[in-house]
Design a protein around this ligand. Structure first.
Ligand code: FAD
Length: 376
Protein backbone atom coordinates (compact mmCIF):
# COMPACT_ATOMS: atom_id res chain seq x y z
CA UNK A 1 0.00 0.00 0.00
CA UNK A 2 1.53 3.39 -0.93
CA UNK A 3 0.14 5.02 2.22
CA UNK A 4 1.48 2.35 4.52
CA UNK A 5 4.69 2.94 6.48
CA UNK A 6 6.71 1.12 9.10
CA UNK A 7 6.61 4.22 11.29
CA UNK A 8 4.92 7.62 11.23
CA UNK A 9 6.47 10.42 13.28
CA UNK A 10 4.02 13.19 14.19
CA UNK A 11 5.86 16.46 14.78
CA UNK A 12 9.24 17.25 13.23
CA UNK A 13 10.79 19.56 15.80
CA UNK A 14 13.77 18.61 17.93
CA UNK A 15 12.63 15.09 18.87
CA UNK A 16 10.75 14.21 15.69
CA UNK A 17 13.48 15.33 13.28
CA UNK A 18 15.99 13.17 15.16
CA UNK A 19 13.56 10.24 15.23
CA UNK A 20 12.92 10.28 11.46
CA UNK A 21 16.67 10.48 10.86
CA UNK A 22 17.52 7.49 13.07
CA UNK A 23 14.58 5.43 11.85
CA UNK A 24 15.45 6.06 8.20
CA UNK A 25 19.10 5.23 8.89
CA UNK A 26 17.93 1.88 10.26
CA UNK A 27 16.16 1.19 6.98
CA UNK A 28 12.64 1.81 8.26
CA UNK A 29 10.04 3.10 5.82
CA UNK A 30 9.25 6.29 7.69
CA UNK A 31 6.85 9.18 7.19
CA UNK A 32 7.34 12.40 9.14
CA UNK A 33 4.48 14.92 9.34
CA UNK A 34 4.44 18.47 10.69
CA UNK A 35 1.77 21.15 10.86
CA UNK A 36 4.41 23.76 9.89
CA UNK A 37 7.52 23.74 7.68
CA UNK A 38 10.24 22.69 10.13
CA UNK A 39 12.41 24.30 11.40
CA UNK A 40 10.00 27.11 12.32
CA UNK A 41 9.40 29.63 15.09
CA UNK A 42 6.06 28.45 16.52
CA UNK A 43 7.13 25.59 18.82
CA UNK A 44 9.92 25.02 21.34
CA UNK A 45 13.03 24.77 19.19
CA UNK A 46 13.79 28.22 17.75
CA UNK A 47 15.93 31.13 18.93
CA UNK A 48 19.38 30.40 17.44
CA UNK A 49 21.04 28.66 20.39
CA UNK A 50 20.51 25.96 23.02
CA UNK A 51 22.76 25.00 25.92
CA UNK A 52 24.34 21.57 26.08
CA UNK A 53 25.92 20.60 29.42
CA UNK A 54 27.07 17.40 31.00
CA UNK A 55 27.19 17.90 34.81
CA UNK A 56 23.44 17.71 34.82
CA UNK A 57 21.95 19.38 37.89
CA UNK A 58 18.50 17.92 37.26
CA UNK A 59 19.62 14.30 37.94
CA UNK A 60 22.68 12.08 37.30
CA UNK A 61 20.48 9.73 35.20
CA UNK A 62 20.64 12.21 32.34
CA UNK A 63 24.44 12.08 32.09
CA UNK A 64 24.89 8.89 30.01
CA UNK A 65 22.17 10.09 27.64
CA UNK A 66 23.76 13.48 27.10
CA UNK A 67 27.13 11.76 26.62
CA UNK A 68 25.59 9.72 23.81
CA UNK A 69 24.01 12.92 22.46
CA UNK A 70 27.47 14.55 22.20
CA UNK A 71 28.70 11.62 20.08
CA UNK A 72 25.65 11.78 17.83
CA UNK A 73 25.82 15.57 17.41
CA UNK A 74 29.42 15.17 16.24
CA UNK A 75 28.46 12.41 13.81
CA UNK A 76 25.55 14.45 12.48
CA UNK A 77 27.75 17.53 12.03
CA UNK A 78 30.21 15.45 10.02
CA UNK A 79 27.52 13.87 7.88
CA UNK A 80 25.78 17.20 7.29
CA UNK A 81 29.01 19.18 6.83
CA UNK A 82 27.64 21.81 9.23
CA UNK A 83 28.77 23.37 12.50
CA UNK A 84 26.15 22.25 15.01
CA UNK A 85 27.94 22.54 18.37
CA UNK A 86 30.30 25.17 19.74
CA UNK A 87 32.12 24.20 22.95
CA UNK A 88 32.46 27.14 25.32
CA UNK A 89 32.55 25.47 28.72
CA UNK A 90 29.74 26.14 31.16
CA UNK A 91 29.22 27.62 34.60
CA UNK A 92 26.45 26.45 36.96
CA UNK A 93 26.18 29.25 39.49
CA UNK A 94 24.30 29.48 42.79
CA UNK A 95 24.58 29.30 46.53
CA UNK A 96 26.20 26.06 47.73
CA UNK A 97 22.82 24.54 48.66
CA UNK A 98 21.11 25.61 45.41
CA UNK A 99 19.81 22.89 43.08
CA UNK A 100 21.90 24.24 40.21
CA UNK A 101 25.21 24.12 42.09
CA UNK A 102 24.67 21.07 44.31
CA UNK A 103 22.92 19.06 41.57
CA UNK A 104 25.68 19.76 39.03
CA UNK A 105 28.27 18.77 41.61
CA UNK A 106 26.39 15.53 42.35
CA UNK A 107 26.30 14.57 38.66
CA UNK A 108 29.95 15.52 38.20
CA UNK A 109 30.96 13.40 41.20
CA UNK A 110 28.69 10.46 40.32
CA UNK A 111 30.02 10.25 36.78
CA UNK A 112 33.57 11.49 37.51
CA UNK A 113 33.22 14.36 35.07
CA UNK A 114 36.03 16.88 34.72
CA UNK A 115 35.06 20.07 36.55
CA UNK A 116 36.37 22.88 38.74
CA UNK A 117 34.70 24.51 41.69
CA UNK A 118 35.07 28.28 41.78
CA UNK A 119 34.10 30.84 44.39
CA UNK A 120 32.49 34.13 43.41
CA UNK A 121 35.75 36.04 43.33
CA UNK A 122 37.36 33.44 41.05
CA UNK A 123 34.37 33.60 38.69
CA UNK A 124 34.55 37.40 38.54
CA UNK A 125 38.30 37.31 37.91
CA UNK A 126 38.27 34.64 35.20
CA UNK A 127 35.01 35.68 33.52
CA UNK A 128 34.71 39.43 34.16
CA UNK A 129 31.32 39.73 32.40
CA UNK A 130 29.75 37.64 35.18
CA UNK A 131 29.18 39.24 38.59
CA UNK A 132 27.94 36.61 41.07
CA UNK A 133 27.09 37.59 44.65
CA UNK A 134 29.85 36.93 47.21
CA UNK A 135 28.06 33.90 48.67
CA UNK A 136 27.64 32.16 45.30
CA UNK A 137 29.84 29.36 43.96
CA UNK A 138 30.12 27.81 40.51
CA UNK A 139 30.85 24.50 38.86
CA UNK A 140 32.87 25.04 35.69
CA UNK A 141 32.49 22.17 33.25
CA UNK A 142 34.69 22.14 30.15
CA UNK A 143 32.45 20.21 27.72
CA UNK A 144 29.39 22.46 27.94
CA UNK A 145 28.54 24.62 24.98
CA UNK A 146 26.03 25.74 22.41
CA UNK A 147 23.91 23.87 19.87
CA UNK A 148 22.41 25.70 16.90
CA UNK A 149 18.88 24.29 16.99
CA UNK A 150 17.52 25.34 13.60
CA UNK A 151 20.64 23.91 11.94
CA UNK A 152 20.39 20.70 13.99
CA UNK A 153 16.78 20.15 12.96
CA UNK A 154 17.45 21.01 9.31
CA UNK A 155 20.39 18.59 9.29
CA UNK A 156 18.37 15.75 10.80
CA UNK A 157 15.56 16.34 8.31
CA UNK A 158 17.64 16.69 5.18
CA UNK A 159 19.73 13.63 6.04
CA UNK A 160 16.60 11.67 6.91
CA UNK A 161 15.36 12.35 3.39
CA UNK A 162 18.73 11.26 2.01
CA UNK A 163 18.30 8.01 3.95
CA UNK A 164 14.86 7.51 2.38
CA UNK A 165 12.37 9.20 4.76
CA UNK A 166 9.20 10.79 3.40
CA UNK A 167 8.35 14.16 4.93
CA UNK A 168 5.08 16.05 4.72
CA UNK A 169 5.00 19.58 6.12
CA UNK A 170 2.23 22.14 6.55
CA UNK A 171 -0.09 19.22 7.10
CA UNK A 172 -1.58 19.12 10.61
CA UNK A 173 -2.48 15.73 12.04
CA UNK A 174 -6.11 15.89 13.15
CA UNK A 175 -6.59 12.54 14.88
CA UNK A 176 -5.48 8.95 14.99
CA UNK A 177 -6.77 5.52 15.97
CA UNK A 178 -5.36 2.08 16.41
CA UNK A 179 -6.26 -0.69 13.99
CA UNK A 180 -5.83 -4.46 14.07
CA UNK A 181 -2.47 -4.11 12.25
CA UNK A 182 -1.17 -0.83 13.62
CA UNK A 183 -2.35 2.77 13.52
CA UNK A 184 -4.14 5.16 11.18
CA UNK A 185 -3.21 8.84 11.15
CA UNK A 186 -5.67 11.36 9.73
CA UNK A 187 -4.35 14.73 8.55
CA UNK A 188 -5.90 17.72 6.80
CA UNK A 189 -4.84 16.13 3.50
CA UNK A 190 -5.30 12.41 3.87
CA UNK A 191 -5.01 9.19 5.77
CA UNK A 192 -1.83 7.21 6.42
CA UNK A 193 -1.27 3.81 7.98
CA UNK A 194 1.70 2.44 9.87
CA UNK A 195 2.87 -0.34 12.13
CA UNK A 196 4.05 2.22 14.70
CA UNK A 197 3.63 5.90 15.49
CA UNK A 198 5.81 8.30 17.47
CA UNK A 199 4.05 11.35 18.90
CA UNK A 200 6.63 14.11 19.16
CA UNK A 201 4.27 17.05 18.80
CA UNK A 202 5.78 19.14 21.61
CA UNK A 203 3.34 21.59 23.14
CA UNK A 204 0.48 20.17 21.08
CA UNK A 205 0.84 16.58 22.25
CA UNK A 206 -2.01 16.73 24.77
CA UNK A 207 -4.38 17.85 21.99
CA UNK A 208 -3.46 14.80 19.92
CA UNK A 209 -3.95 12.42 22.83
CA UNK A 210 -6.96 13.86 24.72
CA UNK A 211 -7.96 10.38 25.89
CA UNK A 212 -4.91 10.25 28.18
CA UNK A 213 -5.51 13.52 30.03
CA UNK A 214 -1.74 13.96 30.16
CA UNK A 215 -0.58 16.21 33.02
CA UNK A 216 1.51 18.55 30.86
CA UNK A 217 1.44 22.34 31.08
CA UNK A 218 2.64 24.67 28.36
CA UNK A 219 4.65 27.62 29.68
CA UNK A 220 5.40 30.81 27.77
CA UNK A 221 9.10 31.75 27.77
CA UNK A 222 10.78 34.86 26.36
CA UNK A 223 14.31 35.01 24.94
CA UNK A 224 16.12 38.39 24.95
CA UNK A 225 19.20 39.67 23.13
CA UNK A 226 20.84 42.73 24.74
CA UNK A 227 23.66 44.76 23.27
CA UNK A 228 26.80 44.85 25.41
CA UNK A 229 27.66 48.33 26.68
CA UNK A 230 31.34 49.22 26.86
CA UNK A 231 33.22 45.94 26.41
CA UNK A 232 31.62 43.48 23.98
CA UNK A 233 34.82 41.39 24.05
CA UNK A 234 33.99 40.34 27.63
CA UNK A 235 31.17 38.30 26.15
CA UNK A 236 33.07 36.60 23.35
CA UNK A 237 33.03 32.80 23.67
CA UNK A 238 36.74 32.64 24.65
CA UNK A 239 35.99 34.75 27.74
CA UNK A 240 32.38 33.88 28.50
CA UNK A 241 31.13 30.29 28.78
CA UNK A 242 27.42 29.51 28.80
CA UNK A 243 26.12 30.24 32.30
CA UNK A 244 23.09 29.09 34.27
CA UNK A 245 22.16 30.75 37.57
CA UNK A 246 19.95 30.08 40.54
CA UNK A 247 19.36 33.15 42.70
CA UNK A 248 16.92 34.50 45.30
CA UNK A 249 16.03 30.95 46.30
CA UNK A 250 14.06 29.50 43.35
CA UNK A 251 14.68 31.92 40.47
CA UNK A 252 16.73 30.77 37.46
CA UNK A 253 18.22 32.45 34.43
CA UNK A 254 20.82 31.57 31.84
CA UNK A 255 22.93 33.31 29.23
CA UNK A 256 25.14 32.76 26.23
CA UNK A 257 28.28 34.42 24.93
CA UNK A 258 27.96 37.06 22.21
CA UNK A 259 27.88 35.37 18.81
CA UNK A 260 27.18 38.49 16.77
CA UNK A 261 23.50 39.00 17.60
CA UNK A 262 23.84 40.42 21.12
CA UNK A 263 24.02 38.75 24.53
CA UNK A 264 21.20 36.24 24.76
CA UNK A 265 19.59 35.74 28.19
CA UNK A 266 16.34 34.26 29.49
CA UNK A 267 14.61 33.28 32.67
CA UNK A 268 14.19 29.54 33.14
CA UNK A 269 10.50 28.99 34.10
CA UNK A 270 8.32 31.62 35.83
CA UNK A 271 6.35 32.10 32.58
CA UNK A 272 2.57 32.20 32.14
CA UNK A 273 0.71 28.96 31.42
CA UNK A 274 -0.73 29.16 27.91
CA UNK A 275 -2.26 27.24 25.05
CA UNK A 276 0.03 26.74 22.02
CA UNK A 277 -2.73 27.99 19.71
CA UNK A 278 -3.44 31.26 21.49
CA UNK A 279 -0.07 32.16 23.04
CA UNK A 280 0.78 35.88 23.00
CA UNK A 281 3.90 36.37 20.88
CA UNK A 282 4.35 40.06 21.71
CA UNK A 283 6.88 40.92 24.41
CA UNK A 284 5.66 43.53 26.92
CA UNK A 285 7.75 46.42 28.27
CA UNK A 286 7.39 45.00 31.82
CA UNK A 287 8.91 41.69 30.67
CA UNK A 288 11.89 43.51 29.18
CA UNK A 289 12.24 45.55 32.39
CA UNK A 290 12.18 42.42 34.58
CA UNK A 291 14.89 40.74 32.49
CA UNK A 292 16.96 43.90 32.40
CA UNK A 293 17.00 44.13 36.19
CA UNK A 294 18.51 40.60 36.35
CA UNK A 295 21.05 41.56 33.66
CA UNK A 296 22.01 44.73 35.57
CA UNK A 297 22.59 42.72 38.71
CA UNK A 298 24.60 39.79 37.34
CA UNK A 299 25.83 40.86 33.84
CA UNK A 300 26.05 44.66 34.08
CA UNK A 301 28.11 45.00 30.89
CA UNK A 302 25.18 43.57 28.89
CA UNK A 303 22.82 46.36 29.93
CA UNK A 304 22.70 47.99 26.48
CA UNK A 305 19.70 48.42 24.16
CA UNK A 306 17.46 45.44 23.55
CA UNK A 307 18.24 44.07 20.09
CA UNK A 308 15.45 41.53 19.87
CA UNK A 309 13.18 39.19 21.79
CA UNK A 310 11.14 36.17 20.86
CA UNK A 311 8.57 33.93 22.50
CA UNK A 312 8.92 30.16 22.84
CA UNK A 313 7.17 27.37 24.80
CA UNK A 314 8.16 24.83 27.42
CA UNK A 315 6.03 21.70 27.75
CA UNK A 316 6.37 20.82 31.43
CA UNK A 317 5.68 17.62 33.30
CA UNK A 318 4.84 18.13 37.00
CA UNK A 319 8.27 16.85 38.13
CA UNK A 320 10.10 18.42 35.15
CA UNK A 321 11.59 15.09 34.07
CA UNK A 322 10.96 13.97 30.50
CA UNK A 323 8.09 11.74 29.40
CA UNK A 324 9.12 8.99 27.00
CA UNK A 325 6.93 5.91 27.00
CA UNK A 326 4.42 3.76 25.16
CA UNK A 327 0.80 4.89 24.93
CA UNK A 328 -0.84 2.90 27.78
CA UNK A 329 -3.59 1.58 25.47
CA UNK A 330 -1.55 1.10 22.30
CA UNK A 331 1.89 -0.48 22.46
CA UNK A 332 2.51 0.63 18.86
CA UNK A 333 2.37 4.31 19.85
CA UNK A 334 5.22 6.09 21.66
CA UNK A 335 4.91 9.48 23.31
CA UNK A 336 8.12 11.52 23.37
CA UNK A 337 8.17 15.23 23.74
CA UNK A 338 7.42 16.96 26.99
CA UNK A 339 10.94 17.87 27.95
CA UNK A 340 10.17 20.62 30.46
CA UNK A 341 12.44 23.23 28.93
CA UNK A 342 15.68 21.21 28.92
CA UNK A 343 15.32 18.64 26.14
CA UNK A 344 17.05 20.01 23.08
CA UNK A 345 20.57 18.86 23.96
CA UNK A 346 19.30 15.27 24.24
CA UNK A 347 17.31 15.21 21.02
CA UNK A 348 19.98 13.44 18.93
CA UNK A 349 20.11 10.65 21.54
CA UNK A 350 16.34 10.61 22.06
CA UNK A 351 15.88 10.16 18.31
CA UNK A 352 18.16 7.15 18.45
CA UNK A 353 16.39 5.80 21.55
CA UNK A 354 13.02 6.14 19.81
CA UNK A 355 14.33 4.22 16.81
CA UNK A 356 15.51 1.46 19.18
CA UNK A 357 12.17 1.35 21.00
CA UNK A 358 10.32 1.05 17.69
CA UNK A 359 12.55 -1.52 16.05
CA UNK A 360 13.79 -3.57 19.04
CA UNK A 361 11.23 -2.75 21.74
CA UNK A 362 14.05 -1.74 24.10
CA UNK A 363 16.96 0.60 24.66
CA UNK A 364 20.12 0.25 26.72
CA UNK A 365 19.48 3.60 28.44
CA UNK A 366 17.76 3.89 31.78
CA UNK A 367 14.45 5.62 31.04
CA UNK A 368 13.02 4.93 34.50
CA UNK A 369 12.64 8.64 35.34
CA UNK A 370 10.77 9.27 32.10
CA UNK A 371 8.12 6.53 32.22
CA UNK A 372 4.41 7.38 32.21
CA UNK A 373 3.60 8.22 35.81
CA UNK A 374 0.77 9.64 37.81
CA UNK A 375 0.81 12.67 40.07
CA UNK A 376 -1.57 13.27 42.92
C1 FAD B 1 13.05 29.44 25.36
C2 FAD B 1 13.54 28.04 25.42
C3 FAD B 1 14.85 27.79 25.76
C4 FAD B 1 15.32 26.48 25.85
N1 FAD B 1 16.64 26.27 26.14
C5 FAD B 1 17.12 25.00 26.12
C6 FAD B 1 18.51 24.79 26.26
O1 FAD B 1 19.30 25.74 26.40
N2 FAD B 1 18.96 23.52 26.22
C7 FAD B 1 18.12 22.46 26.04
O2 FAD B 1 18.59 21.32 26.02
N3 FAD B 1 16.79 22.64 25.89
C8 FAD B 1 16.28 23.89 25.92
N4 FAD B 1 14.96 24.12 25.72
C9 FAD B 1 14.06 22.97 25.58
C10 FAD B 1 14.09 22.40 24.20
O3 FAD B 1 14.25 23.40 23.24
C11 FAD B 1 12.82 21.59 24.01
O4 FAD B 1 12.76 20.58 25.03
C12 FAD B 1 12.78 20.92 22.68
O5 FAD B 1 13.11 21.83 21.66
C13 FAD B 1 11.39 20.36 22.46
O6 FAD B 1 11.37 19.65 21.25
P1 FAD B 1 10.04 18.95 20.75
O7 FAD B 1 10.43 18.16 19.56
O8 FAD B 1 9.37 18.26 21.90
O9 FAD B 1 9.06 20.15 20.37
P2 FAD B 1 9.10 21.06 19.05
O10 FAD B 1 10.47 21.25 18.59
O11 FAD B 1 8.25 22.25 19.33
O12 FAD B 1 8.40 20.15 17.97
C14 FAD B 1 7.05 19.80 17.99
C15 FAD B 1 6.61 19.75 16.54
O13 FAD B 1 5.33 19.14 16.46
C16 FAD B 1 4.61 19.80 15.44
N5 FAD B 1 3.20 19.53 15.64
C17 FAD B 1 2.45 19.87 16.70
N6 FAD B 1 1.19 19.45 16.54
C18 FAD B 1 1.12 18.83 15.35
C19 FAD B 1 0.07 18.22 14.64
N7 FAD B 1 -1.17 18.15 15.11
N8 FAD B 1 0.35 17.70 13.42
C20 FAD B 1 1.62 17.76 12.91
N9 FAD B 1 2.65 18.34 13.57
C21 FAD B 1 2.40 18.88 14.77
C22 FAD B 1 4.99 21.26 15.63
O14 FAD B 1 4.73 22.03 14.50
C23 FAD B 1 6.47 21.14 15.94
O15 FAD B 1 7.26 21.25 14.78
C24 FAD B 1 14.45 25.40 25.61
C25 FAD B 1 13.12 25.65 25.25
C26 FAD B 1 12.67 26.95 25.14
C27 FAD B 1 11.25 27.20 24.75
Amino acid sequence: MPNHFDVIVVGLGAMGSAAVYHLARRGQKVLGIDRFASPHTFGSSHGQTRIIREAYFEHPTYVPIVQRAYVLWDELAREAGAELLLKTGGLMIGRPDSVVFSGARRSADTHRLPHEILNAEQVRRRFPALRPDDDMSAILEPRAGILFPERCIASHLSLAVRHGANLRTEEPVLRWHKTSEGVTIVTTRGEYHADHVVFSAGSWVTQLLPELKLPFKVERQVLFWFEPTTSPALFYPERCPIHLWQFDDRRFFYGFPELGEGVKVAAHHAGALVSPDSICREVAAEEIGAMRSVVRRFLPAADGPLRSATVCMYTNTPDEHFWIDMHPECSRAIIASPCSGHGFKFSSAIGEILSQLVTEGRTGFNLGLFRARSFT
